[in-house]
Write a new protein. Structure first.
Length: 350
């Protein structure tokens, strides 16, 4: 790992997110300073800076985390300051007590750190009176509230676009894997060809997981988001489509595994193999048709009619091939059911 990779991200945060953090910090500084005269409103500025997150829901969670940490830290610092007075060593004691208290309360690591930092700041800035402690708590709450408001009002983030891109990529790769398997059924395969076929089909599982994570992130970005009504139906359609594609990913992987494990040069001579290959090409067509709605810039479809409409006529295979033929046909039947299903039931009826 290069040294720069320890502190640099793979890509920059959106510039809008940086601007919102700056606006929230400045607004918190000015408003808290106006409402609570006295020391510089450091707590408000820090709270606003930390609360502006990639989604409004995350901002609310960070605001709660920040507020609890500050309240606990201020209480600990004020208590120790009243007992031992304004001695420098009390700051170290406060940090230790804060960390132990946070550990005992099973707080998350960020909240525990916030408790210790707040306790240290209160004592370092020289405030141990109850009035000072109360002002710092109110100041933090003001900063957190401003951070939430700024994040919600200034173009709140919606992550449906990245989810669509991930889903389109999954559909494209899934259709390509099906086409590759169909072509492999009809042509002699070298060991290197079979290995490449398995390596390519294994790409689909991480792509499926990435699409699921992207849709989950998009769902979270709509929580408490004023713009959610305009994107809710689109995201629900993406989730339904992923639920249709997920079992097909498993079935195509299983079909490819079965083909590689039971391959011999006589497969292409089986009467049913050509029919199965034709059905697989139709599967690939219908996968592209299903994912068409999820593509960001969809290309015109060659046919908008599902291709899996005719029954498959099966001839008896040779004895050494019947296990593979049966496995391929069963997986093909399951894929057909998924692709021809008009609607996936995502939960109990309302």
């Amino acid at each position: 790992m290069r040294f720069s990779e320890r502190f640099r991200a793979t890509k920059r945060a959106p510039i809008l997110q940086v601007l919102k953090s700056a606006v929230a910090t400045v607004a918190a500084w000015l408003i808290a300073g106006w409402l609570i005269p006295g020391p510089l409103p450091v707590f408000a500025a820090i709270a606003a800076l930390l609360v502006v997150q990639p989604s409004v829901n995350q901002s609310l969670g960070k605001a709660i985390e920040r507020s609890i940490g500050v309240i606990a830290g201020v209480v600990i610092a004020s208590a120790l300051g009243l007992i031992f007075g304004p001695n420098s060593w009390v700051i170290l004691v406060a940090i230790l007590v804060a960390l132990v208290a946070a550990w005992a309360a099973r707080m998350t690591a960020p909240t525990a750190n916030q408790v210790a930092i707040s306790a240290m700041l209160v004592l370092a800035l020289g405030g141990t009176s109850p009035e000072y402690a109360l002002d710092r708590v109110l100041e933090t709450l003001i900063g957190a509230a401003i951070g939430i408001v700024v994040n919600a009002l200034i173009v709140p983030p919606v992550l449906t676009g990245p989810a669509r891109e991930q889903l389109a990529g999954l559909g494209s790769e899934l259709a390509a894997s099906v086409d590759r398997l169909a072509s492999a059924l009809l042509a002699p395969q070298r060991p290197a060809d079979l290995t490449e076929l398995m390596l390519e089909v294994r790409l689909m599982r991480p792509m499926r997981d990435a699409a699921g994570e992207a849709i989950t992130d998009a769902e979270e970005s709509l929580t408490l988001n004023p713009r959610r009504s305009a994107h809710r139906d689109d995201l629900a359609e993406q989730r339904r489509l992923l639920m249709r594609l997920s079992p097909i990913v498993t079935q195509v992987g299983g079909m490819t595994r079965a083909f590689v494990d039971h391959y011999d040069d006589g497969l292409a001579a089986e009467p049913t193999v050509r029919a199965i290959a034709e059905q697989l090409h139709r599967v690939a067509h219908d996968i592209r048709l299903a994912v068409h709605l999820a593509e960001v810039d969809p290309e015109p479809m060659t046919s908008a009619i599902p291709a899996l409409t005719a029954p498959l006529q099966v001839a008896a295979p040779k004895s050494e091939h019947w296990i593979l033929m049966g496995s391929l046909l069963e997986d093909l039947r399951r894929i057909r059911e998924e692709l021809l299903e008009d609607e996936v039931d995502t939960g109990p009826p309302s």
